[in-house]
Design a protein. Sequence first.
Length: 348
Amino acid sequence: MIFRQLFDAASSTYTYLLADEKTHEGVLVDPVFEQHARDTALVRELGVKLVMTIDTHCHADHVTGAWLMKHDLGSRIALSPAYGASNIDIGMQHGDELRFGDHVIDVRATPGHTSGCTSLVVRDHEMVFTGDALLVRGAGRTDFQSGDPEVLYYSITEQLFSLGDETIVYPAHDYEGRTSTTIGEERRFNPRIGGKARVEDFVGYMQNLGLPHPKQLAIALPANMRAGEPEGALPKPPDWGPVVTTYAGISEIAPEWVARHRDKVTLLDVRSAPEWSGELGHIDGSILVPLDELRARAAEVAKDKPVVVTCQTGKRSAMATVILRKAGFDRVANLAGGMVRWRELGLP
């Protein structure tokens, strides 16, 4: 199985991509609205056909990216029906099975943090995605959104601690940089519910956390009741060409498009002078500013047209796009694959 753990630093949220290696059907668990470009780039680069986004609960600390994924990739949206949210395609209930390729996700209701919290058990109990129910050495707060510490106690002890000690726990959040834990570790060492903690112990602990409300609460909850659908217009993609953002965060454009629109862009080559006139040659009409000199000579590059940057394989030119953006160039993209790819395609 293809598996990736992604992180949003602003909300300390983990997003998980799971995909079948044979069919490349995949699901995205707990996507974040602001990370949509990153996540779609990864899906595209890995060749994943995203069939579903799954929110483990209605989040209070970030806006879900589920609606954006459906809008751009056609994936269905799964969430517990307990919230009554709109735009939901799959109302997950306890005992349901969600499928992608040859893999099955077993749905377990684990309310308590909120009324509709759900945990996802994968690969014969090898992995469990616990949302905010069970965290690494912690548990989700229970002081708003119909939270109930007693309900959460039984969700964890009956639904999650019934899994084997070796089951790897992947939470929706961690604020200390911890990426995972195991059921066995939490059963023994969790300071809130581990050891032989009884319900009174857990409830007393949770009722005295004294935490401030999440910073994005007023924004996140209404938006997540729409599965993240924006109320206003969507951000517009670049209007000058089919620019895509890679998982590394680099704006790229296909050489085939550039070949057909050379008169509409400024072509900037950032190789050395010997490379410019060497084996690969250069694209007619391009200008040469070696990468080592670009910061000092950026003013020589005209801004009246979008700038497409190239080098030998697209690595140095990727760095050049970063330099140009910092210098105030809004319309700039890397030539995907550089001159090597240009020549492989037989472009002029």
